[in-house]
Design a protein around this ligand. Sequence first.
Ligand code: FAD
Length: 395
Amino acid sequence: MQETVVIIGAGQAGAQVAQSLRQGNFEGPIRLIGDESNAPYQRPPLSKKYLLGEVAPEGLLLRPPAFYSTQNIDLIPDTRVEGIDRAAKRIVLANGDSISYDKLVISTGTRARQAPLPGADLDGVVTLRTIADVDGIRERLLAGQNVVIVGAGYIGLEVAAVARQLGKDVTVVEAQDRPMKRVVSPFISDFYCALHTENGVSLRLGTGVEAITGDGKVSAVKTADGASIAADLVLVAVGAEPNDELAEAAGLETDNGIIVDGAGLTSDDHIYAAGDCTRFFSNRYGRSVRMESVQNAIDQGKVVAQSILGEDVDYDPLPWFWSDQYDVKLQIAGLSDGYDETRTVGEPKDHKFYVAYLKAGQLIAVDSVNSPRSHMMARRVIGEPWREGLLPEVA
Ligand code: FAD
C-alpha cells in the first residue's frame, strides 16, 4: 500500500519536501496544506523588490500553479490546520474535517513578533510576513510621508531602504546599540549605519519605543528618550517567532522551535519538521540552532524528503543568508559569533569588501558586501585554517 504524506504549511520548506519527494520517485499521495491563498512563494522579495513595486505577485511564486497538479501534489490553500491527533494519525482542519496521514511534515514557518506596546493596535501599525501584509503596507507607504520602523534587523532595514527609494521620510528606532546586532559583527553594523545615514534615514539606536499614539489612526511614535516622531505608517519589525504551537499541543518536543534530529524527525517516528519552525543540534556549532533562511528551508526540506524515502541523512549545514539594501548586497556565510580575529579585504567606502572571521586561526564565517565571489568561495572553505589566498581578492 502506498503511504500518504501530509505537509502542514505550504511555504518554502513544505513545497521543497513535496517537490523532492516526487523527484525521488515517491508515488503515494502528497497533500500540501497551507493557510495562505497563494501557491507557495518566496518571501525574500517581499521586503525588497516586491514592496518597491518591481516584481508582480506571479514573480514571487516558487513554481507555476500548474506544477502541483502535473506532479500530482494536492495543494490545498486557504486551509488552516488546527490540531494533530497522533494516536489516530490524522490532522484536524479549522472547518472540522480531518485528513489521515502515514507520514506528517510540519513546515509552519514563523510569524512576525508583535510588540506589546500601547497603541500597537492603531490603524497604520503593521508587521510584515506575507504577500497580503505587503500589499497593505505598500498602499499606506505610497499614501503617507512619515515612516517609522521599530527594529533595525534586516527586514526593518530593507523596508527603510525601499521607503527612502520611494522618497519617504524614514526613522528607524532600535533598542540595541547597533543595527542587525543578532546576525552581524560591529564592523558590518557600522557600515550599515553609515549606508543608511548617507541615504537619509534617521537612525535612533539604543532607545526603545514607549508608545505608539494616534486617534484611531497612528500619528506618532514616542521613544524612551522622550522624542515624539511623526508617523503615517509604523512597521514593527522586531523578529519572528516559530509556529510550533500545533506540535507542542500534540505533545511533540519543542523549545522555541520543534526539536528535530539530523533526519528531520521529531519526537514522533511518523512526524517530521522542516524550515523556520525547527530547532536542531548542530555538531558544527556544538549547540542547538533555529535558522530563519531560505538555505535552511530548502536544504532541510530536501533532507526530510530523503528521510521519508528511506535514505540515511544527517543534516548539519553551513548556514548562509543574504540581504539587499539599496544597491548593496550583503551575503553571510557561516556564523561569526565567537570570532577572535578578523581580516577585511576591499574598501567599505567603495561598497565592495568582505570581512573574514577567524577563531583560533580557522575561518568560521565571511560577510561579503557586493563581493559574490568571496561568498561563493567562503561556502567551500569555511572550517579551513586561514592562509593568504584562501579567499579571492575583491575585484
Ligand atoms: P514559510 O515560508 O513562512 O512557510 C510557512 C507556511 O506555513 C506559511 O504560509 C504559513 O502561513 C503556513 N502555516 C503556518 N501555520 C499553519 C497552519 N496551522 N495551517 C496551515 N498553514 C500554516 N531568507 C533569506 O535567506 N534571505 C532573505 O533575504 C530573506 N528575506 C526575507 C524577507 C522577509 C520579508 C521575510 C518574511 C523572510 C525573509 N527570509 C529571507 C526568510 C525566509 O523567507 C524564510 O526563512 C523561509 O520562508 C522559511 O520557509 P518555511 O517554509 O520554513 O516558512
